[in-house]
Design a protein around this ligand. Structure first.
Ligand code: NDP
Length: 289
């Protein structure tokens, strides 16, 4: 039976450390780190993520606020708002909650962010810096996973890591962090065109699932004793829940936990770590400015 990696508890520990660091920072006479979150439209999942981020930021002493806009805001107007925040010396971190409505070019918006305030670490300048091992910020979800691995004592040096998913938000930056010198995993990245996926995932000492399909990773795809990190957040219909759904990961948790050595739950695994890393990036941005 796998040991549970309690992301919720580890994230609480990290947030406690950040809270202390923010107090030490303001005790030196600096203003609190300042984060502005931009939320466009009324997607309930996005609104819920943003609420979670703002609440967590306020709790550690970050001056956090969410600027909300109607879904019909023009791309030009959104770019103007970002430009204003970019130039505002009182703002350290800017986060644009994705996805954006279809008429707004997400790439254009990401490129418009001042890389020094890009606390999500999506700007190409920041992505490139990770690639060459000179990060300014760390991408929140992969960095949260790295922190969980470190604090749990899971060895990455020389480990075979298999990542399923190649998105710019999770899969690719995860591969980059695992490849860094000192982390030293041997990394394979899989995607929807990968041939014989189970044969590859079965080789993993460390398996990261970032697919977006509930229960996709089944027990037969997992090596005995492997560390399994479940990034997926999927809504699964469940009439017994007041909302009519529950959250499920990309891993068939009940079956895989019988075989794995370590496993993260959903919810309470990677999700809380992602938010903790956002707070860490915001503090870093404040210190840099
Ligand atoms: P994307 O949809 O951008 O990427 C999904 C990836 O999975 C793609 O690379 C895709 O391959 C691959 N894939 C899809 N189907 C298959 C298949 N049958 N076999 C192998 N690979 C497949 O998703 P994200 O990376 O943004 O997110 C993944 C999941 O993680 C989602 O559930 C999301 O909600 C969650 N998430 C959770 C976060 C957290 O904090 N816990 C943060 C961010 C995301 P291809 O490229 O070929 O299409």
């Amino acid at each position: 039976m796998a040991q549970l990696i309690d992301g919720k508890a580890i994230a609480a520990q990290v947030r406690g450390e950040i809270r202390e660091a923010v107090s030490a920072w303001t005790a030196l006479g600096h203003r609190p780190p300042c984060l502005r979150v931009l939320l466009v439209g009324d997607d309930p999942a996005s609104a819920s993520y943003v609420r979670g981020k703002q609440k967590a930021a306020l709790e550690v002493g970050i001056d956090a606020d969410t600027l909300t806009y109607e879904s019909d805001i023009s791309e030009a107007e959104l770019l103007r708002i970002i430009d204003r925040l970019n130039r505002d010396a009182g703002v350290d971190g800017i986060l644009v909650q994705l996805p954006l409505p279809a008429h707004i070019d997400e790439q254009k918006v990401i490129y418009a962010l001042n890389p020094d305030k890009d606390v999500d670490c999506f700007h190409p300048a920041n992505v490139g810096r990770i690639m060459i091992g000179e990060p300014r910020f760390l991408p929140c979800t992969p960095a949260g996973i790295m922190e969980m691995l470190r604090r749990t004592g899971i060895e990455t040096r020389g480990a075979r890591a298999v990542i399923v998913g190649r998105s710019n938000i999770v899969g690719k930056p995860m591969a980059n962090l695992l490849l860094q010198k000192g982390v030293d995993a041997t990394v394979t990245v899989c995607h929807s065109r990968t041939r014989d996926l189970p044969a590859i995932t079965r080789q993993a000492d460390l398996l990261v699932a970032a697919i977006g399909r509930a229960h996709f990773i089944t027990a037969d795809m997992v090596r005995e004793g492997a560390a399994v990190i479940d990034v997926g957040i999927n809504r699964v219909e469940d009439a017994s829940r007041p909302r009519g759904y529950r959250l499920a990961g990309d891993v068939d948790f009940d079956a895989v936990r019988e075989k794995a050595g370590w496993i993260t739950p959903v919810p309470g695994g990677v999700g809380p770590m992602t938010i903790a890393m956002l707070l860490q990036n915001t503090l870093k941005a404040a210190r840099r400015s």
